[in-house]
Design a protein around this ligand. Sequence first.
Ligand SMILES: [Zn+2]
Length: 146
Amino acid sequence: MQIDNIPETKGQWIFRCGRKGLCPQCGQASMFRAWLKLQTHCPHCGLNYNFAAPDDGPAFFSLCIVAFPLSFFVVWLQVVFDPPYWVHLVTSFPLVTLGCIAPLPYIKGWLVASQYVNQAQEAGTEKLWAQLHARAEASQADGGDD
Ligand SMILES: [Zn+2]
């Protein structure tokens, strides 16, 4: 895995792809077609994004990394200054909302790149995974869309 002839470790590659939202195979095209919507295939190298299933991982990490520390700030603000409610409306509410939403694409990109590089899947589901993908690919080859 390298871009611009600079060799990278797995972790650096995953971090770079996640931060920039790039395809974890070629590192050239975006993995997103909309804000949090993944492409079906990479437009540059053709990587099929069927493997990508970050599910609610981005929301979970966003809550752990951003919401919990910000909650402590909000409680501290309330306990120390005992401000009127509108202070929370103009500080706490926008901070927590934007703080949780803004990192979602980066975290999702990081999780998808990590899944691809580490070939991660749920333990014990390799056979089922292969069957489902063989069925989906056969269906696409027949022109069906189920
Ligand atoms: Zn690609």
